[in-house]
Design a protein around this ligand. Structure first.
Ligand SMILES: Cc1cc2nc3c(=O)[nH]c(=O)nc-3n(C[C@H](O)[C@H](O)[C@H](O)COP(=O)(O)OP(=O)(O)OC[C@H]3O[C@@H](n4cnc5c(N)ncnc54)[C@H](O)[C@@H]3O)c2cc1C
Length: 412
């Protein structure tokens, strides 16, 4: 039966969810305090990381962290004043790093990834611009033998999950990706991966398609809900209240408080990340790259070269520390030689992160007319459209085609 859904959040997850609900004939309103794609979806690395089936917490992570933190050029930083707040999340994070949990999590992630590109292509095609997605694959590169040695563990898991990849012979790396300096000792090509030519424009393109098909987008801040005998009846915003038959929380890193108001406590926190975009870099790889040594991505966007990554544990309130972006820039200069910084822009965004690296894609248990799609961490652009498809499946009781239990709201 067609219903009126209110989706909170106009990032890649919320807009995709709105489009898939709309396809089922529902009336859909999206509410966001900002414009579509203005949250974390605005500045990510734009990679459809289909190969990604390894959680952030891996065995031994608790021992590795001090080393990362003591390296000023390293991929991880923490705001020490935030440590007491994030401590419970960190305990769950370490618990998720046990070998048997990592195996289960990787199976769950792969079960999503095999459907992720199909959902993206379907939405981009319907929006009239399938070519915004570029199916180039991506290349993981290693400057040191040591990192490549430890990456063998990742490759073993990927092999077990059936991820296709090809380890390139050292002498072919420069030929394969001529933009790089001759400092790369090892490289692994992942043919399944793709990227969006411009991740932000992708969200605005999909949002425009949603509106063109009769969807409504309101720019208001949601503060809570009016709850009736059978669940929420209205979404309350700073400007008023809006009646709804069903509600989807897709508020990215800001979903925790709203979710609690709907009866579920979730261990959602944020891994803040940074980017540098260089419109006139002068060097463009022919596909996205992943620095295995320093855990960041390099993407040839239509608006320039983007270097994006790093993790900073510091919550939603602290001001950005753009020295983190400068670290990316330093690595970029080493990999490419000279990079023209004319028009450079730096950015920080809030990854919505669950400690087990699995998103929440779930119907509510407290109220059956509530749905939750958040917590996509490092892979929200990749999984946004699929998450929308799965929420629409749950809403009409259609078989989603995969085991949804690992993504339940009440799994903790
Ligand atoms: C540096 C960096 C690089 C990344 N690279 C990649 C990548 O290459 N590939 C990949 O797959 N993922 C990547 N990610 C992760 C990805 O960007 C996120 O997982 C994804 O954007 C999350 O999308 P979302 O729709 O859940 O959240 P958002 O895009 O943040 O959208 C949530 C929206 O909800 C709104 N909202 C929240 N609360 C309220 C409220 N109370 N009232 C009104 N509106 C509200 C916000 O304004 C926001 O617009 C990266 C992230 C970072 C930081």
């Amino acid at each position: 039966m067609a219903q009126h859904f209110i989706v909170i959040g106009a990032g890649i997850v919320g807009i995709s969810t709105a489009l898939y609900l709309q396809r089922d004939g529902h009336r859909v309103t999206v509410i966001d305090e900002r414009g579509p794609g203005e949250g974390t979806s605005k500045g990510n690395a734009s990679v459809l990381a289909i190969e990604s089936c390894i959680p952030v917490a891996t065995p031994g992570v608790a021992w590795d962290v001090p080393g990362y933190l003591s390296d000023p050029m390293g991929p991880l930083a923490i705001r020490w004043s935030y440590l007491p707040k994030i401590a419970p999340w960190l305990l769950r994070f370490v618990a998720a790093s046990k070998p048997e949990r990592v195996e289960e999590i990787s199976i769950a992630l792969r079960s999503l990834m095999v459907h992720a590109l199909g959902a993206h292509k379907s939405l981009a095609k319907e929006a009239g611009e399938p070519e915004i997605l570029r199916e180039t694959g991506w290349l993981a590169i290693f400057e040191t033998d040591k990192k490549f040695q430890s990456y063998q563990w990742d490759l073993e898991i990927q092999k077990r999950r059936g991820v296709p990849f090809q380890v390139l012979p050292a002498e072919e790396i420069r030929q394969f990706e001529p933009s790089l300096q001759p400092i790369i000792r090892h490289a692994v090509y992942y043919p399944e991966n793709a990227y969006a030519a411009n991740n932000y424009r992708l969200v605005t393109l999909l949002a425009a398609d949603f509106a063109r098909r009769g969807g409504t987008i309101l720019k208001e801040k949601v503060t809570g809900f009016q709850i009736g005998a059978n669940g929420p009846t209205h979404v309350v915003t700073v400007s008023g209240r809006h009646a709804a038959d069903a509600v989807v929380v897709a508020g990215g890193a800001w979903s925790k408080g709203l979710t609690q108001q709907l009866g579920h406590k979730v261990p959602l926190d944020t891994e803040r990340g940074y980017h540098v975009t260089l419109p006139k870099a002068g060097r463009m790889p022919r596909m996205p790259l992943y620095s295995g040594d320093h855990s960041f991505a390099i993407t040839p966007l239509e608006i320039g070269l983007r270097l994006a990554g790093t993790v900073e544990l510091g919550g939603l309130e602290a001001a950005p520390d753009y020295r983190r972006a400068e670290i990316l820039m330093k690595h970029g200069r080493r990999l490419f030689g000279n990079l023209d910084e004319t028009g450079r822009s730096d950015w920080m965004g809030f990854r919505p992160s669950m400690p087990d690296s699995l998103p929440v894609i779930s119907r509510g248990v407290r109220w059956p007319n509530t749905y939750f799609a958040f917590g996509h961490g490092h892979i929200g652009l990749t999984l946004g459209p699929l998450s929308g498809r799965l929420i629409a499946d749950l809403a009409v009781g259609r078989d989603p085609g995969l085991d949804m239990r690992p993504f339940r709201i009440d799994r903790f």
